[in-house]
Structures are given as C-alpha cells and as structure tokens.
Design a protein around this ligand. Structure first.
Ligand code: ASP
Length: 582
C-alpha cells in the first residue's frame, strides 16, 4: 500500500506514530513560520503541518502546491494544541517529514468543500469533482449501505440474486421504451427493460422460488422534475405466496432497512384501501404524518341558494387546526395558490371559528352562523380552527384538495423531516379507463391478478374489478408497488382481451409468457421498490439525483460525457439506419 492510514482514522491514540497518508490537497493556510495543509480522501481530512524553522525546503514545497494536488505525506502524529472537535481527526496533526506530489491538478472549476460555489450544470459536468465533496460522497456511501442491507435481508430469507437481460423486446404497454438497433438483424430493435417483470415471472415458472435483483430500469418518458430515464429498482418475486405473505416479507425488509440504515423503528405498517386513501386524502399515496382528512360537504352546503356550491358535483373541506387567525393577506395568498394553473381551481371558500366564539366565512351572505357551526361539527373542527372549501368536478376537486392539504401541512410544519410514516395501500382497481384511447389500461400492469371474487365482473363492469395489488407509501411518496400475478393462461388471455388486444397481438407480444404458463406455473407475486427514491428518503432529500453517481439532467442529458450524441455515418450504415437530414 502507498499509505499506512487513511485521512479519516488517526486519533489521539496514534500520537507518536510515524504514518504515511495519501490524498487530495483540500487547502493550505500559511501562518508565518508554519503551513497547515488539509489532506482529504474518502474517509476524512487530516491536518498536515510544515514548519519553516525545522524544515524550510519542505515548507516552501508545500506552499507551492495547489488545491486538489494528489500528495503523499509521511510524518509523525502529534497532539494538536488547537483541537477541532468537529473533525474526527481533530485532536491530531501530522508533522510532515517528507512530501511527494503524486499528481498535479488544474484549478478546479468550483470549490470542493462542504458548500460549493459551483452551479448545478457545472457540478454535473465535473461530477467526479463534485463526488469528492462530502455531501455527495456521503449520499453514495448511504446508497451502498442501503444496497448491502437489502442484500443482507433478502439473502437471509433465501432470495436468490439473478440477473436478467438488458437487451429485450419492446412491448406496447406501459411507458415508452428505449430501443437499441440490432446490427445483425437489420431493421429490428431490442428494447431496454422498463422492469424485469416478465423475466422474474418466468424465473418463478422455472422454480427459482425467490428472486431479487437490484437492477437498472429504463423508461423513455417526458422528464419531470426528479425523474431519471434510467433508475434502479429492488425487484423481487416469490412463489407459492398470497398477498399477505408478500406484505409481511417486504414490511420486514422495510423495517430492516429503517433499523439498520437509519436506526429508526417504524413500527408495524398500517393498511388502507385505495378507496379510503382517495376518500380521506384525495390520492393513492397519502402522507399520514398528519390528519387533516378531506371531508365531503355536499350534504351540509347545498340548498342554501348559493349557486356555485349547489351546482358543484363535489364540495370538499379540510380543517386547518389553529388557523382561524389567518390574516386577510394569508387568505388571499392561499386563494391565489389554488388558482395557479397546476391546481386550477376557480376559488377558495373559507370559514373561521373565532376566539370570541363567532363564525365568519367568505360566504356569510348565504350561510348563517348555525350553518357554519354545522360545518365545523362535520369537519371535527374546534374554536380557533379554519375550514377551507373547494368545489367543482369530482376528480379535479379531490386532486386539488389533496394538494391543498399537503400545502397546509407544509405551512403548518406537519410534514416533519426525520419523522417516517409508512403504510400499505391495498385493493387498487385492476383497470382504469383512458378517455383518449377509449379503452381500459391496467392500473399496475397487465400481469396483475384480479381479486378472485371480482373476476366475474371483468365482463359486466371492468372498472369495479379490484386487483391483488399493493403499494408501499412512505411520507406521501410511493416507494414500492407490486401484485399477485396471473399464473393461468386463460385468465391472462382474458386480461389482454379486456385491454383491447386481439388474440394474435397478445400471442405475438406476450406468447412467451402465456406459453410458459402451460408448463406448470406456480402461484406467484412480487414487488419492486424504487431504490433511488428510497435512498433519497433515507438521506432526507427530495432529489434522487443526489443519490446517483452520474445522473442525467432535466433534459435527459449527461453533460459530462455529452450524451446522447450523434454517431458516425459508418456506424449508421452498419446498423442499416437512415436518418433523413432536413
Ligand atoms: N414490475 C413492477 C414495476 O416496475 C413491479 C412489480 O409488479 O413487481 O412497477
């Protein structure tokens, strides 16, 4: 080894030892006769000391070195007179006897310290320098720990890690595929997997019983904030199980990760039906760190000659505790907030229960005090509370109220960082109607099993069929999702028919799976966790990008390697691809 120790491990116990450290020069301070230089590696930072009096030549050499030079220093560990309790190695320094420059460095384009002066784009372009910074490095180390703990748990449960192919076949369901042209089969294309879904099911038919993989998946979707075209899943599948077994096994994984990565016991996970999640929270991934449930108000607001509410399909309220004192300005601001195009409501109605016991609303003209009192009863409100009401078309209003609830949760500090509330959302609908395409789509994916008791409804009332599907939701974010699968050829064919496939199309696209079901397919089911998102959650960040070593930017570009990029004419010719240059 070129070093005896890392830059993060020397303590007072090492005082007097002769050591050699290797690392990057973080910065130097010249103080008269002394030069103090911080040397950094992955493990930490150690202070090196050069003394003009005892070794002038070495001190002059040290002073000549720039930031990010790669150096190797040998010397004696000494107790510091000026200790730094914030640093792991802050009790000691190394009095350097010899110094070697292993490599020089150009002046870095931004400061490589805890806080940097580099903007996003610049840091992405020089991501390898950004990773030298503590917060980015820590995020990657956290990611590695989450992966290792995932493997520990699943290996102990007899799950077998198996790789599935990356060059597969394009299918029309789900998101858009990334495709790869085949040179040997010109005019034909592979697709990159959106997930290993069908392969993991085939591994169950193959008898592998319990599979997992921490695996890259690819989806060519329009990029929204914090979406990556390639992302990682913890992908799992089990045979001879029912929904309950999967929930228990992966509740176990979730608890194991929280315990071992965060040191937090999250207790057992509550369960909520999709219908209840929509009813009480207005969305299928409720943040249950706080209550403020949606309350249906139709019965108590209609019939008072207020046309706006009388004509609304849905009237919903939330009760914001202790907000009766909100100022006019705050109310105007909230009203503007719901009118933003992202929310799209035409207005906000409110009612206060003042500290003097009176009621005051924005619609006093239509609703007497007794009416407003009734509202507070229905909402479970108390004196000092504020009721916020939205009205309009059902889906839009519920969605908007869900957003308003989260916004109020933010404003009231109810979505506390460091508090974790996980739950299972169950009993999703199997299908959702797509108005644009005028057909049913699988809400999860076409391999998801309907609840056996609902199968009969597939013909008569497809929209009411519930699926054996489940999502793991933590703090309002969908972290995992899966289902019990169809393992019977006839039912899978039926499912494709409901989705509007002709038998021929279903056979040509998914025949490999349906044929496999003829050879003794066991009952099976599984789940996939969004690994990047899980890491971001453990790291307390909103952004998955911070947890990916080399992420793409919002335009789907890797600005470091400048990709995607054009390829040579020759390469195109070999692939049999013509690009119409216009
Ligand atoms: N393959 C599914 C997905 O990517 C997860 C699953 O059903 O296991 O969402």
């Amino acid at each position: 080894m070129l070093r005896t120790h890392t830059c993060g491990e020397l303590t007072i116990k090492d005082a007097g030892k002769k050591v050699t450290l290797c690392g990057w020069l973080q910065r130097s301070r010249d103080l008269g006769g002394m030069t103090f230089t911080d040397i950094r590696d992955r493990y930490g930072i150690t202070q090196l000391v050069f003394n003009m009096e005892t070794n002038a030549a070495l001190c002059v050499q040290a002073r000549s070195l720039g930031r990010e030079y790669v150096i190797r220093a040998t010397g004696n560990v000494a107790e510091r007179s000026n200790k730094n309790p914030k640093m792991k190695t802050g009790d000691v320094e190394v009095i350097v006897e010899s110094l070697e420059v292993m490599n020089a460095s150009a002046l870095p384009p931004f400061t490589i310290e805890e806080n940097t002066d580099g903007g996003d784009e610049l840091r992405m372009k020089y991501r390898y320098l950004d990773i030298r910074r503590n917060p980015v490095k820590e995020s990657l180390l956290l990611r590695a720990r989450v992966a290792a703990e995932t493997r520990n748990y699943l290996n102990a449960q007899e799950f077998c890690e198996i790789e599935t192919p990356v060059l597969i076949k394009s299918t029309p369901e789900g998101a858009r595929d990334f495709v790869v042209p085949s040179r040997m089969n010109q005019g034909e294309f592979y697709a990159l997997p959106q997930s290993p879904q069908t392969f993991k099911q085939l591994l169950m038919v193959a008898g592998m019983d319990r599979y997992y993989q921490i695996v890259k998946c690819f989806r060519d979707e329009d990029l929204r904030a914090d979406r990556q075209p390639e992302f990682t899943q913890i992908d799992c599948e089990m045979s001879f199980v029912e929904q309950e077994d999967i929930l228990n096994t992966f509740e176990g994984l979730t608890k194991h990760l929280f315990n071992n990565v965060k040191g937090v016991d999250i207790g057992s996970l509550p369960r909520m039906s999709y219908a209840d999640a929509m009813k009480h929270y207005g969305n299928d991934k409720p943040d249950i760190r706080f209550e403020m449930k949606l309350v249906e108000m139709n019965n108590v607001v209609k019939g008072k000659n207020f046309k706006v509410l009388d004509d609304s399909e849905t009237v919903l309220a939330i009760c914001a505790k202790g907000c009766a004192e909100y100022t006019r300005k705050q109310m105007d601001e909230l009203t503007e907030w719901v009118k933003r195009p992202q929310i799209g409501m035409s207005g906000l109605i409110y009612a206060r229960w003042n500290s003097d016991g009176s009621y005051k609303s924005s619609v006093d003209k239509f609703y007497a005090s007794e009416d407003q009192q009734r509202w507070f009863e229905v909402c479970g409100g108390q004196q000092g509370d504020l009721i916020l009401i939205l009205a309009g078309e059902e889906n839009k209003t519920r969605k908007a109220m869900s957003e308003l609830r989260l916004e109020m949760g933010n404003r009231l500090g109810l979505r506390k960082a460091g508090e974790y509330k996980a739950l299972w959302v169950l009993d999703f609908p199997l299908l959702e109607w797509n108005e644009e395409n005028k057909r049913w789509f699988a809400m999860h994916h076409p391999f998801t099993s309907p609840k056996p008791e609902d199968i009969a409804l597939l013909d008569s009332d497809p929209g009411s069929v519930r699926a054996n599907a489940y999502d793991l939701v933590i703090n309002g974010t969908e972290i995992g999702g899966g289902s019990i699968r169809i393992h019977n050829k006839a039912l899978q064919q039926k499912m494709f028919a409901v989705l509007g496939f002709t038998p021929e199309d279903a056979q040509s696209q998914f025949g490999f799976l349906m044929n496999a079901f003829e050879f003794g397919a066991p009952p099976h089911g599984g789940i996939a966790f969004g690994f990047d998102r899980l890491c971001a959650m453990f790291g307390g960040s909103e952004s998955i990008r911070d947890y990916i070593a080399f992420p793409k930017n919002n335009a789907g570009r890797d600005v470091m390697i400048d990709s995607p990029s054009k390829i040579a004419e020759e390469q195109l010719r070999e692939l049999g691809i013509q690009i119409n240059a216009q």
